[in-house]
Design a protein around this ligand. Structure first.
Ligand SMILES: [Mg+2]
Length: 262
């Protein structure tokens, strides 16, 4: 009898593990494949950086003489492609963790998002300083710096890298740059990379804030695609932490908008 109970418990735990793993794999496989294999992803990145280049060309010549100009950019999934970690996790049947992230960034092996390196190099050649505002941890500065240098990115030095210290909000770090420079453009894959207006906002409010800034998208704000992770996903879960996979699935299902009247 005891043996049967143990066997049942074991089978139940294997079943639950398989279900959670399958859920994680189902959730991430498509967006990671899209980032790695869809030429449409590549085209969207080129489109973003082409528009960004066009906007830089529109800056009046006298502005370069009068002011110190700067670009503020995010790193992950804006300049650096980290899809390799997500792919590895799927293959290993593992979920994301701080440990797996650190193990990946320690390798300094991220590649450039299509068009990113060329764009930033051209901006620097015009005389514009580049500031990397990232929520990578300050313990990752050294490995990230090596990664940026290996990609030959401009301003790859610690004076131009503002990483996560006491708050995930990037606003105070943006203000540090804005105090000394005229910021001509911000780049990111997460709306929190642009202004504080999006922070901790519910899905509907994120949309209405996006509408308020409508004229700035593709102008001062350049957005890169990221369907794998981001604040958009946290907003779906109302920023609640430690939810069970089942409850998360329920919340995702409830956010789907169909066309039939229930
Ligand atoms: Mg990012």
């Amino acid at each position: 009898m005891k043996r049967i109970s143990v066997l049942i418990l074991l089978l139940a735990s294997i079943g639950s593990y398989a279900q959670n793993t399958l859920q994680s794999e189902t959730l991430k496989t498509y967006p990671v494949l899209w980032q790695q294999q869809a030429a449409e992803y590549r085209a969207l990145c080129f489109q973003a950086f082409n528009i960004a280049s066009l906007r830089l060309a529109q800056i009046p010549k006298q502005d370069f003489k009068k002011k110190k100009l700067a670009i503020i950019t995010d790193l992950d999934e804006t300049i650096l492609d980290n899809s390799y970690l997500e792919a590895e996790l799927i293959k290993d049947h593992q979920d994301y963790s701080d440990h797996s992230w650190k193990e990946w960034t320690d390798k300094s092996a991220a590649t450039g998002v299509p068009g990113a390196v060329e764009f930033l190099k051209a901006a620097k050649q015009k005389g514009i300083s580049i500031f990397y505002i990232s929520n990578r941890d300050t313990s990752e500065v050294k490995s990230t710096l090596l990664n940026l240098q290996e990609l030959h990115l401009p301003d790859a030095n610690t004076a131009h890298m503002l990483f996560l210290s006491n708050t995930s909000s990037k606003e105070s770090r943006r203000q540090i740059v804005m105090a000394k420079y005229s910021v001509v453009m911000l780049l990111g894959d997460n709306l929190n990379d642009f202004t504080k207006a999006f922070e901790k906002k519910q899905v509907a409010d994120r949309k209405s804030e996006t509408d308020k800034d409508r004229a700035d998208w593709g102008k001062k704000f350049i957005v890169l695609p990221n369907a794998t992770y981001g604040e958009w996903e946290n907003a779906i879960y109302n920023y609640e932490k430690n939810l069970t996979p089942e409850y998360k699935e329920k919340m995702r299902y409830e956010k789907l908008t169909g066309y039939k009247v229930p």
